[in-house]
Design a binder for this molecule. Structure first.
Ligand SMILES: Cc1cc2nc3c(=O)[nH]c(=O)nc-3n(C[C@H](O)[C@H](O)[C@H](O)COP(=O)(O)O)c2cc1C
Length: 169
């Protein structure tokens, strides 16, 4: 089965999470591709979809929102999962962060209740306003990489199990 892992990322942290998910899905024998959400022309080739977005100012990236609006109605019952990446907190705190309003809307449009919040990574190399704010946040002690590859990969294995079960039925 072919699985799309679509993501919206500004400074690369969420892109890497999407690649960890795709990598883990491939390890179970699935044909998985991580692709920027804004660069997906069509979801017809995919039998299951994962959509993730970075969180900025409590909201989802526009590319992820547009992806859900455009493709949610044509998913037609294909299994879907959603994740957000952002909190600069330990994994236990991140796991308890509920989806933001835009993620909830995406879940509704994509017909799924499966959502995970993963920790983010503050990149001080970001450009422009984002870079300025990121460096200020880092200087005030809010920097670092709070992504947890093991937790992300464990979530991906759950997806793989569900996709393979759906394949058999
Ligand atoms: C200006 C700014 C605002 C942010 N706002 C949020 C937020 O509202 N909620 C959150 O969980 N993380 C927030 N973050 C953390 C980012 O989501 C985190 O750095 C994330 O890993 C960025 O993903 P990306 O590298 O894929 O763009 C913010 C970061 C910056 C620089």
């Amino acid at each position: 089965m072919t699985v799309l892992v679509a993501y919206a990322s500004v400074t690369g942290g969420t892109a890497e999470i999407a690649e960890w998910i795709a990598d883990e899905l491939r390890a179970t024998g699935l044909d998985a591709h991580s692709v920027p959400a804004g660069a997906v022309p069509d979801i017809a080739p995919y039998e299951a979809v994962v959509l993730g977005s970075a969180l900025h100012m409590s909201g989802w990236h526009a590319d992820a929102r547009r992806f859900a609006q455009r493709f949610g109605p044509v998913l037609a019952g294909r299994p879907a999962w959603v994740f957000s990446s952002g909190p600069l907190e330990d994994a236990g705190v991140c796991a308890a962060v509920p989806p933001c309003t835009q993620a909830v809307n995406a879940m509704r449009m994509m017909g799924t209740r499966d959502h995970a919040t993963f920790g983010g990574r503050l990149s001080e190399e970001a450009h422009g306003w984002l870079g300025f704010v990121s460096r200020r946040m880092a200087a005030s002690g809010h920097g670092g990489d709070f992504r947890d590859p093991a937790r992300v990969r464990a979530w991906a294995r759950e997806i793989a199990g569900a996709v393979q079960t759906a394949q058999r039925t």
